[in-house]
Design a binder for this molecule. Sequence first.
Ligand code: KG4
Ligand code: ZN
Length: 343
Amino acid sequence: MTGPLVLGIETSCDETGVGLVRGHELLADAVASSVEEHARFGGVVPEVASRAHLEAMVPTVGRALDAAGVRLADVDAIAVTAGPGLAGALLVGVSAAKAYAIATGKPLYGVNHLAAHVAVDQLEHGALPAPAVALLVSGGHSSLLLVPDVAAEVVPLGATIDDAAGEAFDKVARVLGLPFPGGPHIDRAAAAGDRDLIAFPRGKYRDGSYDFSFSGLKTAVARFVEAREAAGEPVPVADVAACFQEAVADVLTRKAVAACRAHGIEHLVIGGGVAANSRLRALAQERCAAAGLQLRVPRPGLCTDNGAMVAALGAELVARGAVASGLDFAADSSLPVTTVTAA
Ligand code: KG4
Ligand code: ZN
């Protein structure tokens, strides 16, 4: 095994993630999720998430070290999500990481959550081709990024102007009476549905931009369901899920492929929780193949929030000799995507 051993800590939302990575090799990926505690509220409650991170942090670090068969003293550097994310949740991870850095005397890197979602692919498919285009779709963000260098330069091409893709999945699931978080439930329900039955709107489909809009789609689904209910007819949950999912996957993959073509880039990386979606993965594969593009999507477990992604980006920074963040940086809930490492 070669390369620096990096401990990564992720607490931007409701997952306490701790990963251990050596170079491009994943050694441990321990995740404690507070998702069940939020389910009855239909969304993540920031205070509840912060408290859960506090309780899970030390045990999760212990689990990761045990799984990797290493000791804290063996770690060469520590990386932590500095932002973007929920302020209180980020604060727990950043404070813990600073404490571990002081205790071990090892360098600390505060990193961007979005760049980490891209960098994690290196654990599965090896060194990232540069430049690449990245499509990041999660509960908090939907962005198309030009990535000349994941450790140093990330350029936004477009983003959602309203709901994030995952947020749309979660809201539509609620309308359909499916549990939170809705993405995986819609994915499963859609498997039994006909994706061509209902033509739901595709926001900003032909506007030539790389921006997304999902609020019109979400409203159209709600109207459809209300109309069925008002007429006393059963709601075809599987069909609605399949058609909604198709609309999202269609617009995401169309714009991602267009961005690759426009910038003459052959590699598309998809990351974030929604990248776990089976239809998005299949359609992206189909359209990339047709356009002569290479598609890279990490396995679903690495797409949702985890500590390994933070460790993966940290390992890349250490390998490049990047300057560490020191101990003075702050958690930044709106850290811009262009800032890969917090100063
Ligand atoms: O990246 P992530 O774990 O957390 C954020 O940074 O937001 O993404 C969570 C989001 C949720 O909205 C969830 O519903 C969605 O990812 N998601 C999915 C699937 N699995 C998770 N959406 C669609 N299909 C899935 N299979
Ligand atoms: Zn995320």
